[in-house]
Ligand binder design. Structure first.
Ligand code: GTP
Length: 355
């Protein structure tokens, strides 16, 4: 079985974290996000994965390579200019050898049962099956109306408040029969949501919706990104071997991390590979510290994420903040994120700063 993952978007809502690192490989508990999707597909027998890339494609390639280390084959489909979700699927479909395929948006953390989706698709004799999940506020998503037979009736992309008739939204996981790829135009920017799906409805092509109650989260905003890290730490996502760090009580410790005995790690926290944590430091409240970081003595990290290769100086305090890669937070700094603050890659925060 083959699958396509759409990974060519700009990830604008997650900037500045996505300025240099594409959203699909931004780490969640120190693992590139796409690894979660690869593991999910693998669980359901999909071992050939076509990544529909564009923006920062080389970074994705460098991190995931041929897929061999994950036990799958990864094929890269490269767009010279963004083709939109539909155009990207069309280009990637050249690698499917005439088969149908699962398609995933490259920014949803989910443990959706793909066997159930596929069986539902076959039972309904659908050409396209879209998965739906319930959300509290559907205004930021693609809203999908269905009839009593689960057939899709209307597709409203990012509805206004008076267009809301259901709380079921597009979960970004689909199965397409091979014939569907022929209905998508080649070489032009084309949207699945605004182009293909309305066309399927108009032409009365069998288009069904599979309702999922599995774990689902769109990681596209800083708040959701933080939530994704928390949910993985709490083991809410049912994909095997998500965290390969050693677990000790409620904390996770990466290989060759050097953690002083006088460090307080509480309430679920993780420290990545080769990270040094000096005496008197505190890491708590679902904080995740990346690989190759240095946390100096007395520093406090609360409810925060520190990405790889960053330095947190002596007696600094970081609360509700995401700190990008290669940052230097000098000693005695206080960063209070309020609802949530994001500091981009490579930032230098001088000593005694209060932010
Ligand atoms: P925002 O800019 O923050 O909205 O993020 P995004 O660029 O990821 O956009 P969006 O959430 O609408 O995209 C849904 C999925 O489709 C993501 O996994 C994107 O990577 C992917 N995607 C969007 N546009 C394209 C495109 O032109 N080409 C490819 N290959 N993928 C795309």
């Amino acid at each position: 079985m083959k699958g396509i993952i759409l990974v060519g978007g700009f990830g604008t809502r997650l900037r500045p974290l996505t300025t240099n690192t594409p959203k699909p490989v931004i780490p969640i508990v120190n693992k590139p996000f796409l690894v979660y999707q690869i593991e999910l597909l693998k669980m359901y027998g999909v071992n050939e994965i076509i990544l529909a890339t564009g923006h920062l494609s080389n970074t994705i390639k460098k991190i995931l390579g041929t897929g061999e280390s994950f036990g799958v084959k990864i094929i890269y489909s490269l767009e010279n200019q963004p083709l939109g979700t539909g155009g990207a699927v069309k280009l990637a479909s050249r690698h499917l050898d005439g088969q149908g395929a699962f398609i995933l948006n490259g920014d949803v953390l989910t443990d959706i049962n793909l066997d159930k989706l596929y069986n539902f698709h076959k039972e309904k004799k659908a050409q396209v099956t879209i998965s739906l999940v319930p959300v509290a506020d559907p205004t930021k998503f693609g809203l999908v109306e269905t009839n009593e037979n689960n057939q899709v009736r209307a597709f409203v992309e990012k509805p206004g408040p008076n267009e809301i008739t259901t709380n079921m939204i597009n979960a970004g996981a689909y199965y397409f029969e091979n014939e569907v790829f022929d209905m998508i135009p080649s070489g032009v920017n084309y949207s699945l949501e605004r182009g293909l799906y309305p066309m399927l409805l108009e032409k009365k092509i069998p288009f069904y919706a599979y309702n999922s109650n599995d774990y689902w989260l769109d990681i596209g905003t800083p708040k959701k990104y933080l939530e994704a890290n928390k949910d993985v730490l709490e083991d809410k996502v049912n994909i095997p071997a998500l965290i390969d760090m050693k677990k000790s009580g409620s904390v996770f410790i990466g290989d060759h991390a050097q953690i002083s005995k006088k460090v307080r790690m509480l309430s679920m926290a993780a420290v990545g590979e080769k990270t040094i944590v000096q005496p008197g430091a505190t890491i708590t409240d679902h904080s995740v510290v990346g690989n190759h970081c240095i946390i100096e003595e007395g520093a406090q990290i609360l409810g925060s994420i520190i990405l790889d290769n960053s330095f947190i100086g002596k007696n600094s305090k970081i609360v509700n903040t995401i700190i990008g890669q290669n940052c230097k937070v000098m000693p005695y700094t206080f960063i209070e994120g309020g609802l949530l603050k994001v500091i981009g890659d490579g930032a230098y925060i001088p000593e005694y700063s209060i932010i």
